[in-house]
Design a protein around this ligand. Structure first.
Ligand code: ARG
Length: 703
């Protein structure tokens, strides 16, 4: 029975693989057989003719891909949005398809120049007519989707394609009658998969495996209960049969060489309009401005990459190139995202790179009240390490207590409005919290290339060192330590027990004694092992001089804990002359404050260990206040804790034998952090040697 459904096809008179614009065409130039292609195309044509009416558009010499009439445009009712091909290799097809649509009394809409959209290859109507699924990522631009919504008056759901083998939506996605969906989930990003799953119930989703997908099983023509495709596995055929579809296979291997199959070779031109559906799209756009050494510092690449990586797309509207080395550049970029949720994620990252709104678009930050103490409104803006400002009542407020992973709370005080970074548990009822990503900017220093190069810590800009660079890092760190000490600055050390096991205890003690350290952070263990070493000569029962385990030595550390508990604190034990050397001894003797944060595995603990972790975090934060440099020595737990509390601008040196720890900490994206993968005992010993070499005291430039 032939229904009133019509398809447009284009005979393969001039079909060939002449160029490569998708991965299927690679290695296939002029490798397809015209005869076999004609035969396969005729079979498909006849199968479709058994079920529907087929119209033909005249093939044109020089346009070998014109057989893929799915890419002519997108039809809904009387309207058609003409394709704008991404590749010049296919752009010449556009006028022929346009002519055909006009001859057949369609109303033809054409997209702005430079806005690619490849028709029904990338836009598929729900077979119930409820909405339009539209793909982007390879051939069609996300910014085309709002036009589709407007011109066709339908809801557009944007899906992002991730696998270049499935460069058109119709290669991996096929809406079927009765709300079923045949698709290959692996072709989409996780956000799009979630969107699909929200629209189509599990019973209606027919997710196929890769083996079927690469046979173009999703590139199928569905006419009522039949599904025509190149090839399907037995399991797919029976899965389709279970839900009432009959799969008809017709080989299209010659067309696979060009990256197309059944669906690509057809365009359904009768698409009934459902009167009750209307235009909506979740696609959002926003123009941001970036300024600085966009090229030199790679800022523009980072910004554009992250937009795309996170599922958005962009258009660079303006780019004023700073011509001198010292002059800055400025760019205006239009950012588009498939939904507000994705837009928020993209913008919050762009804010970290220093992106701002155009002056005319500047708006106040959105605020929502804290309704429950210690709980932020859902959509709260998560703070970062970068100096931040928020706009309230038309004024930009500098955020105090900058740290990452907090919320920004606005409260009114005697001195007016105050914006502050707060951790969630400290939020109080009555405070207003910044939500969404509007009216927020970070202040980035624009350093010229020269300034950056001169900056002590830029030599590895956020890099993790390899062994041969350790000495270089040591020289730089020693120089910094010396400078900070002589200028009366503040250096904080976080240290794990490995410092003691690797023989670094004596070096760290010296750093403290010589005034290079103004605060020590760690856990119970560093103190216990340090005191054990100095009272008993072992560290966790191992003789530190000979490197062998001492009989019964594993009990040493408990004896030590017990002894200190008797005195009531480390300070009292030092005062009583029980501890006579070591890291903790030097802290007490030199009035260097320390905080020991407890954990579930602590033996004892020492009386000084703060087992209330909320208090421990507060005490850590106090010690970090005003630090210019933090030396993180082999303690993943305490170093990460400290990293989270520390604003950008504080130099951080993370030393650990485990590259993963170092990467995690130096990944803050601020140029001031440096990672060193090495043995911490060795590092400290090199550091002491280097400090010894720097005999002439640094004279600070006092202006
Ligand atoms: N060689 C063509 C191209 O890369 C194949 C088009 C396939 N068409 C489709 N609707 N998926 O453009």
């Amino acid at each position: 029975m032939v229904s009133q459904i019509r398809f447009l096809m284009c005979a393969p008179d001039h079909y060939d693989v002449d160029y490569v614009i998708n991965p299927w065409m690679e290695g296939n130039i002029h490798k397809s057989s015209r005869d076999r292609a004609v035969e396969q195309w005729n079979k498909l044509y006849n199968v479709i003719k058994n079920h529907a009416i087929v119209d033909l558009v005249t093939p044109q010499k020089g346009w070998p891909d014109m057989v893929f009439s799915a890419n002519a445009g997108l039809v809904l009712g009387e309207n058609v949005v003409l394709s704008r091909f991404l590749h010049k290799e296919r752009q010449g097809e556009e006028p022929y398809f346009q002519q055909w649509f006009e001859n057949n009394s369609f109303k033809v809409y054409t997209l702005p120049k430079d806005l690619p959209f490849e028709g029904a290859g990338d836009a598929l109507l729900d077979r119930e007519g409820r909405w339009l699924w539209a793909g982007y990522g390879f051939r069609s631009e996300l910014d085309s989707h709002p036009y589709l919504a407007k011109w066709l008056d339908i809801e557009v759901i944007s899906l992002r394609l991730m696998d270049e083998r499935f460069y058109h939506l119709d290669t991996c996605f096929c809406p079927l009658a009765n709300g079923y969906l045949l698709y290959y989930p692996g072709a989409f990003d996780s956000y799009s998969n979630r969107v699909i799953e929200m629209r189509v119930t599990p019973e209606k989703r027919i997710a196929i495996a890769e083996a079927d997908a690469v046979n173009f099983a999703c590139n199928a023509v569905n006419i009522e209960s039949i599904v025509i495709m190149n090839k399907a596995s037995d399991s797919l055929k029976s899965r389709l049969a279970e839900v009432g579809f009959q799969a008809i296979e017709t080989p299209l291997t010659e067309f696979l060489k060009a990256g197309g199959a059944a669906k690509c070779l057809t365009l359904r031109v009768t698409e009934p309009v459902r009167e009750e559906v209307h235009a909506t799209t979740q696609v959002e756009s926003r123009i941001i401005r970036l300024e600085g050494h966009l090229l030199d510092a790679g800022l523009i690449n980072r910004a554009l990459d992250l937009i795309v990586d996170m599922g958005g797309s962009f258009q660079v509207l303006k780019f004023n190139l700073g011509e001198q080395r010292q002059s800055t550049s400025a760019a205006e970029v239009r950012v588009s995202a498939p939904s507000h949720e994705v837009m928020e994620e993209i913008i919050s990252q762009l804010i970290d790179l220093g992106a701002v709104d155009l002056p005319q678009d500047e708006r106040d930050a959105k605020l929502e009240p804290v309704l429950q103490a210690g709980v932020a409104p859902d959509d709260f803006y998560v703070s970062t390490i970068y100096p931040t400002e928020v706009r309230v009542n038309g004024q930009w407020l500098k955020v105090e207590n900058q740290r990452m992973d907090g919320a920004i709370a606005i409260s009114s005080t005697a001195n007016g409005l105050v914006a502050r970074c707060k951790i969630l548990r400290d939020l109080e009822i009555g405070e207003q919290v910044v939500v969404d990503v509007q009216g927020i900017r970070t202040i980035r220093k624009t350093e010229s290339r020269e300034q950056r190069n001169a900056q002590e810590f830029s030599f590895m800009s956020s890099g993790v060192s390899s062994e041969r660079r350790v000495e270089l890092v040591v020289e730089q760190v020693a120089w910094e330590l010396r400078k900070i000490r002589d200028a009366g600055g503040k250096v904080v050390v976080t240290a794990g027990p490995v410092v003691i096991h690797t023989g670094g205890g004596e070096h760290l003690s010296r750093l403290i004694r010589e005034g290079y350290v103004q605060g020590l952070l760690g856990g119970n263990a560093i103190a216990v092992h340090d005191i054990e070493q100095n009272m008993m000569g072992t560290s966790l029962g191992v003789d530190m001089k000979r490197g062998v385990a001492v009989r019964g030595g594993h009990r040493h550390h408990l004896k030590v804990i017990n002894a200190i508990r008797r005195f009531g604190s480390i300070t009292k034990a030092v005062d009583a002359g029980v501890i006579t050397s070591g890291v903790m001894y030097e802290c007490v003797k030199n009035d260097v404050p320390f905080v020991l944060a407890g954990s579930i595995r602590d033996d004892g603990p020492l009386p000084d260990t703060q087992m209330n972790l909320i208090l421990a975090q507060q005490e850590y934060a106090q010690i970090i206040q005003g630090a210019e440099m933090i030396l993180m020595l082999s303690s993943m737990l305490h170093s990460i804790g400290v990293g989270n509390m520390t604003p950008a601008g504080v130099k951080m040196v993370c030393v650990d034998i485990n590259p993963a720890v170092v990467t995690k900490l130096s990944d803050r994206g601020s140029i001031e952090s440096v990672g060193v993968v090495t043995d911490v005992g060795l590092f400290l010993s090199l550091l002491i040697q280097q400090l010894d070499k720097l005999t002439s005291p640094y004279v600070a430039n006092v202006g």
